[in-house]
Ligand binder design. Structure first.
Ligand code: TPP
Ligand code: MG
Length: 897
């Protein structure tokens, strides 16, 4: 249909004047027209295609044309009439506009600088109103309804409408951006963390909404194909700013959507031609640019550029000059037209050609100024949405031409419009009259809210529309827990150790995952997500076991089909093999980690990736995941700045644990042994999916092989809380404590032997699984102590755990020193940290650990050095220890080279 439509439009499109006197061209066109007239547009299309192909074969470079003329994709004669009550809908829209503006205006009068946006929603109002009244379903039978990703800073408009319908209270509106006063309030932007029963998707960080929407639509298909949810007509709508389209995240995954034929996905780009500072493409045309990009990526593109009042003019445009003029004008100029008004438009736009001037001679300047843009015309918007919803086989983007600050009078379409927070008295009065708001003038100046009585026709109408679409759209619900975490005993293979066989924690984790996926109750809910690193992590066996999700199945015979571990793709495959995109994988992780609410299916995602390319690359997405109350496990593979050997500076991760620590709901662990991972994962599933805690996990896994011990009895609590004594001093009471994390625990164990055998120093060794958990616990206890000076002091877990353990503490990690340093406030001068600050190098583990001073020798020497400073070890002897252990005391600091 789409191609045919375009072709129809091209046929109707008047021939360019420059060619009319070229006889040869005219003859070709005439012949072509004749074929189309006699044999139909399909034949016309075939002819053009054949000609193009022939020309290319003959070496003629035929330019690829991705743009259509700068007019609406849907010709007016193909439109269906508007099904709603235009007048009542307009009334609702006006009231919404008023309250959205008033909400921001009054709050800024009361609390200068509190912020808010009034111009984005004013450009978006019609686009949302038509959706709310006719398209956005709140449910499909017993299934959840459509998912709508709103432009974040259009939130005041979304709130205002919900207020009119009684979904949110007047008190909440009055406390817009006043969240900390113990009163019902509204958050600045869509934040499920702050308003968990209203918002589903945090969108205000530009680019994350569109990217997450694409993967949401894809994940919906995944759940359908895996029979975890029924097939419905549910859609994902993403409202995107035209400025926002500059973000690589917005445009980076467009081809995934078309490749996966996501006709459940609709983007609406609010093309008000402006971003924050000024025009999006002052010297170009953003709508045309986006059309080419989306069409090139295989999307169905619907342009909604001109309102119905232009149809009459376009019908008069016999020469094609009007369409040509529309196409020639750059966006910066269009913006100026809006600001300068009708006389200017007449002179500068129509005045370019006498024919155009003549065309509008019967219109006043005011009428010219009021000519609408498509995105403000419900008739045009409705038809575009209808086509989008009915379209099959590919995602749709609607490029809607709008005016930023529409209706704000002198603030309309100005470069500074985005930052407008308050209106002048004059502008308020004008706004009030233009939209006919029954608020007395004095009250209007204060920004008084206005809600008509519940039985007023517009409210009755709007509520009825919503009822027919299933109720309020702005609802986020969390069903009661439906799964039970498997008991720890089911992780028996992971707890039993490797019986002396050298394996890595990554291998241990992969076999744990394989086992979990076999669990009859939760196995099918596990969603392994990998950005093209499955082989790096030894996941071939999982690929064979559960298959890679491929919406079309496997259309080819894999060359390794006769091998046991062949590359298996299945329509109901369980693994999301995302290709090389951490951002895309994180978007899948977000869809899967919030499915417990969005689809009422508690999928448990395990996103396993190169730890270096996680938090630092896609940290903002992780932040939004936490805001979304996402659950699941981020598994940072090939972890550690000295454990991943050979790869060098860009790959060696010594700081993801620092970055993970900044996310409030992220619980990060750096385990040394497989049984520790089992304890963390088991408890994680229990807490997230059984106790329904809003949290997620970051666990580093390494590729160093060593024998995995059996779990010692009674260490579960310590593992989860962050530390436990793994091995006591070999003989007698320890005078030094050694903390180790990840594979560096083995270095601490070797240091324990060196200290005992060579220097007669006894040390206990502790596995520090999470400094972050220990710190959070200690901070909470400190705070309690501070707030309750009259009560007896509580002790943080780190101090309770260390009770009776004496002497200095040497904490060694494959991460930066700041990770153990988090405990400095409680351990004071006892704490000596060894970590991997500085850029990584390409070498093997032995050299890397020596370079970063985290090997056993450095740990032992650090202990001796501190004992000497404490007067517990001979100073001269201590200096010699460095030489004996092969450490050059004058070596340059690895943190700065
Ligand atoms: C990642 C990110 N960078 C910057 C901002 C600040 N910001 C908020 S709105 C905005 C302009 C948005 O322009 P556009 O996408 O065209 O939306 P409009 O308001 O014009 O509808 C900017 C830069 C942000 N929210 N997120
Ligand atoms: Mg914009």
């Amino acid at each position: 249909m789409a191609t045919q439509e375009i072709n129809n439009r091209i046929l109707e499109f008047p021939k360019p004047e420059t060619r009319s006197d070229d006889e040869e061209v005219a003859e070709w066109i005439e012949a072509f027209d004749q074929v189309v007239a006699e044999e139909g547009s399909g034949r016309g299309c075939e002819l053009i295609e054949a000609l193009t192909e022939h020309a290319r074969a003959a070496g003629v470079e035929v330019p690829i044309q991705l743009n259509t003329p700068y007019i609406n994709t849907i010709p007016s004669e193909e439109e269906v009439p508007y099904p709603g009550d235009r007048q009542l809908e307009r009334r609702m829209k006006s009231l919404t506009r008023w309250n959205a503006m008033a909400m921001v205006h009054r709050q800024n009068k009361k609390d200068p600088g509190i912020g808010g946006h009034i111009s984005t929603y004013s450009s978006l109002a019609t686009l949302l109103e038509v959706g709310f009244n006719h398209f956005f379903h709140a449910r499909y039978g017993d299934q959840p309804g459509d998912f709508v990703y709103f432009q974040g800073h259009a939130a005041p408009g979304v709130y205002a409408r919900a207020y009119l319908l009684g979904r949110i209270s007047e008190e909440q509106v009055r406390n817009y951006r006043h969240e900390l006063r113990g009163l019902p309030s509204l958050s600045s932007y869509p934040h499920p963390w702050l308003m968990p029963d209203l918002w589903r998707f945090p969108t205000v960080s530009m680019g994350l909404g569109p990217l997450n929407a694409i993967y949401q639509a894809r994940f919906m298909r995944y759940l359908e194909n895996r029979h975890l949810i029924p097939v419905t007509a549910r859609k994902v709508w993403a409202f995107v700013g035209d400025g926002e389209s500059d973000e690589p995240e917005s445009m980076g995954s467009l081809t995934l959507a078309s490749r996966e034929k996501l006709d459940n996905l609709i983007f609406v780009v609010n093309c008000n031609l402006q971003r924050l500072d000024g025009p999006v493409r002052g010297n170009g045309k953003i709508i045309q640019e986006l059309e080419a990009a989306f069409r090139g990526a295989g999307w169905n593109v619907i342009k909604v550029i001109w309102g119905s009042d232009w149809d009459r003019l376009l019908a008069r445009d016999r020469s094609g000059l009007l369409v040509k003029r529309m196409g020639d004008v750059v966006d910066g100029e269009s913006q100026t037209y809006k600001v300068k008004g009708g006389a200017y438009i007449r002179r500068e736009f129509f005045g370019k050609y006498p024919e155009l001037l003549e065309m509008v001679s019967d219109m006043s300047d005011d009428e010219l100024h009021r000519l609408t843009r498509g995105g403000h015309d419900p008739q045009k918007v409705y038809n575009a949405y209808k086509r989008a919803v009915e379209h099959q086989g590919s995602p749709t983007v609607i490029l809607a031409h709008t005016v930023k600050g529409y209706g704000l009078g002198s603030a309309e379409a100005r470069n500074a419009t985005h930052q407008e927070k308050k209106l002048t008295d004059q502008a308020l009065t004008a706004f009030r009259s233009r939209f006919d708001i029954p608020v007395p003038e004095m009250a209007a100046k204060e920004g008084r809210l206005y809600r008509p009585p519940d039985d007023s026709p517009e409210i009755v109408y709007a509520k009825k529309r919503r009822e027919e679409l299933g109720g309020f759209l702005l609802v986020r619900e969390v069903p009661p827990p439906s799964l039970e975490a498997p008991p720890l005993a089911e992780f028996v293979d992971s707890l039993a150790g490797s019986k002396g066989r050298a394996v890595s924690t990554t291998m241990g984790f992969v076999s744990m995952l394989r086992q979990l996926m076999k669990d009859p109750k939760i196995g099918k809910l596990i969603v392994p997500i990998i950005p093209d690193e499955g082989r790096t992590f030894g996941m071939e066996s999982i690929i064979r076991q559960v298959g890679i999700y491929a919406s079309q199945g496997q259309l080819y015979k894999p060359h390794d089909q006769d091998m046991l571990l062949y590359y298996r793709e299945e329509k109901d495959g369980q693994i999301l093999e995302e290709g090389i995109t951490e951002a895309g994988s994180m978007a899948s992780f977000t869809a899967a980690g919030t499915a417990y609410s969005n689809y009422r299916v508690p999928t448990i995602p395990f996103f396993t990736y190169y730890s270096m390319f996680g938090f630092q690359r896609i940290g903002d997405m992780v932040w939004a995941f936490a805001d979304s109350r996402g659950k699941g496990f981020m598994m940072g593979g090939t972890a550690g700045r000295t454990t991943l050997s050979g790869e060098g500076l860009q790959h060696l991760d010594g700081h993801s644990h620092v970055l993970a620590s900044v996310v409030p709901t992220c619980h990060s662990y750096d385990p040394a042994y497989v049984y520790e991972i089992a304890v963390i994962v088991q408890d994680g599933i229990r807490r997230m999916y059984q106790e329904m805690e809003d949290r997620f996990y970051y666990i580093t896994i390494y590729n160093e092989d060593y024998a995995m011990p059996e779990m010692p009895p009674g260490c579960e609590e310590g593992i989860l809380r962050g530390i436990y004594r793994y091995r006591s001093a070999p003989s007698g009471k320890a005078t030094v404590q050694l903390f180790g994390s990840g594979p560096i625990l083995n270095e601490a164990l070797r240091a324990q032997e060196i200290l005992s055998e060579k220097y007669g120093v006894q040390a206990d060794v502790w596995s520090a699984t999470s400094y972050n958990e220990l710190r959070r616990d200690a901070l909470a206890i400190d705070r309690w102590n501070r707030l309750h000076p009259g009560e007896s002091e509580k002790r943080p877990y780190i101090l309770t755990a260390l009770e009776g353990a004496e002497g200095p503490i040497v904490a060694a990690t494959d991460y930066m020193k700041v990770v153990p340093d988090q405990l400095a406030p409680w351990l004071g001068r006892r704490l000596v940290t060894l970590g991997t600050d500085g850029f990584g190098r390409s070498d093997n583990r032995e050299y890397l650990r020596r370079h970063f001073e985290v090997n056993a020798e450095s740990i032992a020497a650090a202990a001796v050095s501190r004992l000497a400073r404490d007067g517990k070890f001979d100073m001269q002897r201590a200096q010699k220890v460095f030489g004996e252990l092969g450490i050059d005391s004058e070596k340059i600091d690895p943190a700065i080279v």
